[in-house]
Design a protein. Structure first.
Length: 434
């Protein structure tokens, strides 16, 4: 029997003939709070690509895009992104478009047999620094010990919460109009206002001198445990106005913090300019901003020192690289926010590898023992000595672990990549010009 040479060649795909045939979802979660929708885009050649809708967002943000993608070639990533990006927005509303873009990059990389970072222009680094988020602890000493444990795991950059929440109930630490803080049990205004959804300038919650002193004492205790050399960023300062942000930021300057994050809503560019000029600690925002156009006002005003996109909101791999490259032109660095499964994390890894002014990628779930198990084909644990190695395998570089996904499906939605024919058509004329 004669064997032809071409019969012995293993081809990944016929990219020019690749077509999208389906989109399906599975929603996983843990701790009765977190949930994440994984999307799978299927093709006529048996290739599937995976993406992830941002934490706590609706899977419908992705499913509504299915009708716009069926029959398209997923290798035309930019063309399809331009087609669907009108259906995203800031915050969790960017989650659908971003998830689709991740899956398209996964498919295109698999079709051509190259890692996703190659499609983004190549890499600047072989491993990605991770920084570890750490929620509130009761005392600075307790926080310091928790951060020290992170250092012992190999992390070289840290983040902690440091804000007004632990001061609620501490006599003399805060002042506020009655009804603006939980705890005003006799005030019916509490039922009309939600401090978590009311923008910072409108709460009029203020730190007293005692409150500022307590937060500084907390930071001092942390530094006493972990030392002065490790970078520590600070988040969740609370819904306080810009004047109190400046007072607190200036008081915290002796502790050499890496940055102060989301002091005020990102939309208020003029306030960020005021903060950046008033403080000697870097300021950072951006996890809820969609597309490069959303970042431009902050960049053009040089209103921040660090931008902090979340790839699951900002538009996916290629758009976030564009954001980072634009920031670099203004002398501004890029860190990446991330509170997701390894699927969105690996998409972020490819973007970070391809972006020169990248600092570090966030990790929220160091204490979730099964976190790395959602995917296969990469080292376990995925984060080793504070870094993720950039994979050289095609696409995003992993295969999903179906059993682990099935084990962690959320109670409200136990479907495991079930058919979604109800999303095949839209009945909408989407053109945005006449």
């Amino acid at each position: 029997m004669n064997v032809r040479p071409q019969d012995q060649v293993k081809t990944a795909s016929s990219p020019s003939q690749l077509r999208i045939t389906d989109m399906r979802t599975a929603t996983v979660g843990w701790e009765d709070h977190w949930h994440f929708t994984i999307i799978r885009i299927d093709t006529n050649q048996g290739l599937s690509g995976y993406g992830e809708v941002r934490d706590l967002a609706s899977k419908n943000y992705a499913l509504m895009l299915k009708s716009r993608l069926l029959g398209e070639n997923p290798c035309n990533v930019d063309k399809l992104f331009r087609k669907i990006k009108q259906f995203g927005h800031h915050g969790r509303q960017g989650g659908g478009v971003s998830a689709v873009e991740m899956a398209l990059m996964d498919l295109a990389g698999k079709a051509y047999g190259v890692p996703a970072y190659v499609l983004a222009g190549g890499k600047f680094r072989d491993r990605i620094r991770m920084y570890c988020d750490t929620p509130n602890e009761a005392t600075g000493e307790a926080m310091g010990k928790k951060l020290l444990n992170r250092l012992n795991q190999g992390y070289t950059m840290l983040k902690m919460d440091l804000g007004v929440q632990p001061l609620v109930g501490v006599k003399g630490a805060l002042s506020w109009p009655q009804g603006m803080l939980a705890g005003d049990a006799e005030d019916k205004m509490e039922k009309m206002l939600n401090i978590h959804t009311l923008m910072h300038p409108f709460t009029h919650v203020r730190l007293t001198p005692k409150g500022i002193a307590l937060l500084c004492e907390y930071a001092e205790q942390v530094r006493a445990v972990v030392g002065d050399e490790v970078p520590i960023a600070v988040d969740h300062l609370g819904h306080i106005g810009i004047d109190d942000c400046i007072r607190l930021g200036q008081a915290l300057e002796p502790f050499n913090l890496a940055w102060l994050e989301d002091l005020v809503p990102w939309q208020f560019t003029d306030s960020w300019v005021q903060l950046e000029r008033a403080l000697n600690t870097p300021v950072c925002t951006g996890e809820d901003i969609y597309l490069k156009e959303g970042f431009l006002p902050l960049l053009q005003a040089r209103a921040v020192n660090v931008i902090h996109p979340d790839l699951s909101t900002s538009g996916g791999i290629l758009e976030t690289k564009r954001i980072g490259d634009t920031a670099q032109e203004y002398g501004i660095s890029m860190a990446l926010h991330m509170a997701g499964t390894p699927i969105s994390t690996m998409a972020s890894v490819h973007c970070a590898a391809a972006t020169e002014n990248f600092i570090a990628l966030e990790h929220h779930f160091s204490e979730i023992p099964f976190w790395s198990d959602f995917i296969e084909g990469l080292p376990k644990p995925l984060i080793q000595n504070g870094y993720i190695t950039v994979p050289e395998s095609p696409g995003l570089g992993f295969e999903i672990n179906e059993e682990v996904i099935k084990e962690h499906l959320i109670a409200e939605d136990r479907g495991f990549f079930e058919p979604t024919p109800q999303w095949n058509t839209s009945g909408s004329w989407d053109r945005r010009w006449s």
